[in-house]
Design a protein around this ligand. Structure first.
Ligand SMILES: Nc1ncnc2c1ncn2[C@@H]1O[C@H](COP(=O)(O)OP(=O)(O)OP(=O)(O)O)[C@@H](O)[C@H]1O
Ligand SMILES: [Mg+2]
Length: 294
């Protein structure tokens, strides 16, 4: 059987000891897939193709995407027959507004929100709409860096000055969201493969309302519940993800009272593997190998 080969599309070819890359390469080797790291910021596009140095990149069977956007990423991806996540899913759901828009009517509950043009939306309107405090966030994933808790008008102006809405494009749009106080500094991260939850962990921060691991939150593995499965399945039906990190907020003491915060189409796996002992990289590579009948 022909050995299947893929590109792991990252920022740089040499991501050093980046956990998720290292683990995916290890599991690909074990599964008998040839997976090669390609750095978007190491490549250039000539009219006749994608070049890494003097080497013209060749066709491959599949790509694993770990770089958000841009022509170079798209050109490398287009050398591959399949990409994980798929272009339709990846390109649409790197944007948080698309996530909320497409789960509308799915039965997955979410905090009240408004999308606004950050630079000109008066504080009073958002205060009226969402109460205080409210959360202001950019549309792209930021590992918590572009997530602001707005307690008053001064805080709002400071967040806008600080680039709360810098993430996406010239429109400077932002999401203003009801603050789920019950989930202050604590949330639930699920890892799911095509609608099936493979791991769940609680992330908790001692001194921040945000519970990103990148901001120092601690993680603890928790059992997977039917409610978690239900949300992951519904989200799969809405978005068609191959693999995803799902962030959920605790709306009350009832463990099933969960609200959708966001989905992450290129979520890191270190926290989940360490908190649960689940071989997440193996599950992702296993899905790809199965697709090729290996
Ligand atoms: N509406 C909210 N109410 C309470 N806490 C929130 C709310 N929105 C976000 N948070 C907290 O802030 C954290 C970061 O928010 P979010 O996941 O939307 O962005 P992000 O982490 O920057 O994105 P990514 O995880 O893709 O990098 C969440 O994990 C949660 O702890
Ligand atoms: Mg998040």
């Amino acid at each position: 059987m022909k050995k299947r080969c893929g590109y792991l599309i990252e920022k740089y070819r040499d991501m050093g000891s980046a956990y998720t890359c290292r683990r995916l390469l290890e599991e690909a080797e074990t599964a008998g897939l040839s997976l090669r790291m390609i750095g978007v910021e190491d490549c250039l596009i000539r009219p006749d193709g994608v070049y890494f140095g003097e080497e013209k990149l060749e066709h491959r069977d599949f790509a694993i995407l770990r770089y958000k956007r841009g022509h170079v990423m798209e050109e490398i991806r287009s050398l591959c027959d399949f990409s994980y996540n798929s272009p339709a899913c990846f390109d649409r759901y790197v944007d948080k507004y698309h996530q909320l828009k497409d789960i509308e009517g799915s039965g997955i509950p979410y905090p009240r929100y408004v999308l606004c043009h950050g630079a000109s939306m008066p504080f009073a309107v958002l205060k009226e709409e969402l109460g205080l405090p409210f959360v202001l966030k950019g549309l792209a994933s930021s590992m918590g860096r572009e997530i602001y808790l707005i307690e008053d008008e001064m805080g709002y102006d400071a967040a806008l000055r600080d680039g709360a809405c810098s993430a996406t494009g010239p429109d400077k749009e932002a999401l203003a969201q009801e603050f789920i106080a019950h989930s202050r500094g604590r949330d639930l991260r699920l890892y799911a493969i095509r609608g099936k939850v493979i791991g769940a962990m609680i992330r908790s921060s001692k001194d921040d309302f945000r519970s990103n691991v990148a901001l120092g939150a601690e993680v603890k593995g928790v059992p997977i519940t039917p409610k978690m499965e239900e949300i992951a399945k519904k989200l799969f039906i809405c978005t068609g993800y191959d693999y995803v990190g799902i962030d959920l907020l605790f709306a009350s003491d009832d463990p099933d009272d969960l609200l959708f915060c966001e989905m992450n189409v290129m979520a890191g796996i270190q926290g989940m593997e360490e908190a649960t002992g689940v071989n997440v990289a193996g599950a992702i590579i296993g899905m790809i190998a199965e697709d090729f009948g290996i």
